[in-house]
Write a protein that binds this ligand. Sequence first.
Ligand SMILES: C[S@@+](CC[C@H](N)C(=O)[O-])C[C@H]1O[C@@H](n2cnc3c(N)ncnc32)[C@H](O)[C@@H]1O
Length: 235
Amino acid sequence: MSSFLEGIFGELDIRCSERQYAAFDGYMEGVLEFNKSVNLTAIKDPEEFQIKHFADSVLVTRCSEYQSADRILDLGTGGGFPGVPLAILDPEKEFVLVDSLLKRLKIIDELTGELGISNVKTIHGRAEDLGRNEELRETFDLCVSRAVADLSVLAEYALPFVKVGGYFIAYKGSDCDAEVRNAGKAIRVLGGETVRIDKADKAGLEHNLVIIKKIKETSGKYPRTAGKPGKSPIR
Ligand SMILES: C[S@@+](CC[C@H](N)C(=O)[O-])C[C@H]1O[C@@H](n2cnc3c(N)ncnc32)[C@H](O)[C@@H]1O
């Protein structure tokens, strides 16, 4: 199975050891098995899984903002994306995976434990609550997040976790210019500044990485209470 992934990673100039490929295979098999009883992903075909979950997750490794980060938060990780593939690729970095659904995190814990992926820690909770926890607030070099919320909402979830000088990278669809424009005020109010949008156009992938720098502390007013950012985004 790993030869298919090797082919895609080859196109992306990503190199892995046999052990890492075995971890990717084991994680996919585990997710697909658990997926029979707990909804983790709509993707069931192994090749599509490797493109949309593994290759898509690890494209961020080309960004210098990722390369220089040591402590990384994956917000709304679901079945472990992009956090687990990144943790397999970069065992020297520390990954914290947050989600409001405990069932999904327990599966990630079980699979990463079995596969010896020791640089992953999961935390259960909503971003709006955890973002006020002093042990987490403004402690991450980088926050990444894929398929969680509109950027104006996501900025309120993510930016409180990022250290001043660190980055938030949002995985977005191929056509996200209007979404980024609409989130301009929220990003500014929360202490961020959009640096650039990286377009992914390799290996059949179509997405954008929106790279936001944290340039000043987030006001103590944010994040607002659970549910508020979604109901009335900062505009
Ligand atoms: C569509 S899934 C995406 C999962 C994964 N990031 C991916 O790309 O496959 C969105 C996930 O975000 C989580 N989520 C949504 N809002 C959240 C919040 N406010 N705090 C924490 N997790 C949240 C959901 O529980 C869900 O697992």
